[in-house]
Design a protein around this ligand. Structure first.
Ligand SMILES: *Cc1c(COP(=O)(O)O)cnc(C)c1O
Length: 402
């Protein structure tokens, strides 16, 4: 039994014990027998050929032709007109917010159950993130809780398609329309996902993707903003590149950033986009096999699925219930000892020391519950059938432990 407390305190003097919500420290991976990483890229297409082409033609910066080709092909795959590549998913989110004119004095609604960059980028602009709890069934922002968080200062809502499962876009977009707000899709985990037959990325004003090494489609590091709105694409493109004026060199009408993507990254991205269907299919096949193998085990909650939303299962994530014989934290240790790397789910943003102190921390029971029970299993597209069967077999074995 744990008796030690981990108290976090707000500046208002409120305190909360989060010891039982937080995942334990990382277990030690025993790689002596095998190592199954939680994620790894699949770069077996034209990646090497295109990168070699960049090197042999001497085009390695952001001025090379692969950048435009990648932007065109990826935005096309998202059913959007414009793509603005950049250095990371975080940069894409910051560019999106800045392009919409969000800044000091504004509020932006974000789910608390997400990766930290979703909230941080709001802070970069000088605006304030306002957190909303997760939905028990979808793990995405609970759209029924959004309206009461809207104030006169609210300018935008960011939705995250968590672990590849599309958020409740119809409700969010209708709310945004009613209150004249922008909607940004944080689609960093959801390449290729669909919502009522439409591609994620095309469902709101602007969407952001990450191409970090563990994402479904990768350029090592990288990101892209996609949109159907020319004015947003134009300003994002300018802000990405120091706010350079197109007409006169070294002339600046905006405070821009350097968020450019290199030709080398774009070369990899183009090759990845050529195989996007295959990369997505592998994630879905992994999920099917996991579900089949884990089905009979008591105390495991499967990731959300529904007939009108195409989950792409970026990380195959399950919840470990009380009826499972060992805790989530102990299960991670047992798997780590077998050389199997896992991740806990996100620690909600409202519990992060940097946010808890300054913002008032509300009541977010669903996000906290997910945090205490969620487990991301190995999910690489290249994962072998026998690996999934092994992992599921071990989980089955531990479920019988007393
Ligand atoms: C990965 C991720 C990001 C950040 O992407 P980077 O490329 O690492 O900057 C942002 N939001 C979500 C939801 C993510 O999963």
């Amino acid at each position: 039994m744990k008796t030690n407390k981990l108290l976090i305190k707000t500046k208002k003097g409120l305190s909360k014990d989060i010891q039982n919500i937080l995942p334990d420290y990382e277990p030690k991976l025993n790689k002596s027998r095998r190592f199954i990483p939680v994620c790894a890229p699949d770069i077996r297409g034209n990646e090497l050929k295109y990168v070699k082409d960049c090197l042999s033609t001497n085009w390695i910066s952001s001025a090379g032709s692969y950048v435009k080709r990648f932007e065109n092909s990826f935005s096309h795959a998202c059913q959007t007109k414009y793509g603005v590549s950049c250095s990371s998913g975080t940069a894409a989110l910051h560019l999106a917010l800045a392009s919409l004119g969000i800044g000091p004095g504004d509020e932006v609604i974000v789910p608390t159950f997400t990766m930290i960059a979703t909230a941080n980028t709001v802070v970069y602009t000088g605006a304030k993130p306002v957190f909303v709890d997760a939905d028990q069934n979808t793990w995405n922002i609970d759209s029924s809780l959004i309206e009461k968080s809207i104030t006169k200062k609210t300018k935008a809502i960011i939705v995250v398609h968590t672990y590849g499962y599309p958020a409740d876009m119809e409700t969010v977009v209708a709310l945004a329309r009613k209150h004249c707000l922008f909607v940004i899709e944080d689609a960093c985990e959801a390449h290729g996902a669909t919502y009522k037959g439409k591609s994620v990325g095309s469902l709101a004003d602007v969407a952001c993707f990450s191409f970090y090494g563990n994402k479904i489609l990768t350029t090592g590091e990288g990101g892209m903003l996609v949109t159907n709105k020319k004015n947003i694409a134009d300003i994002a493109r300018t802000l990405r590149d120091h706010g350079f004026s197109k007409r006169r060199h070294f002339w600046h009408e905006h405070v821009g950033f350097n968020y450019r993507m290199t030709n080398l990254q774009a070369a990899i991205g183009l090759a990845q986009t050529e195989r996007i269907n295959q990369l997505v299919r592998h994630r879905i096949e992994n999920a099917k096999l996991y579900k089949k193998c884990l089905k009979g085990i008591k105390g495991i909650v499967f990731p959300p699925e529904s007939s009108d939303r195409g989950n792409v299962f970026w990380l195959y994530t399950v919840l470990i219930e009380k009826s499972f014989k060992v805790s989530r934290n102990n299960l991670r240790c047992l798997l780590a000892d077998e050389g199997i790397e896992t991740r806990p789910v996100f620690i909600p943003v409202h519990l992060q020391p940097v946010y808890y102190q300054d913002c008032f921390s509300g009541h977010f029971p669903v996000a906290e519950d997910l945090c205490s029970r969620g487990l991301c299993l190995p999910s690489a597209g290249l994962l072998l059938k026998k690996h999934i069967e092994l992992i599921a077999g071990l989980i089955n074995k531990y479920s019988d432990q007393r």
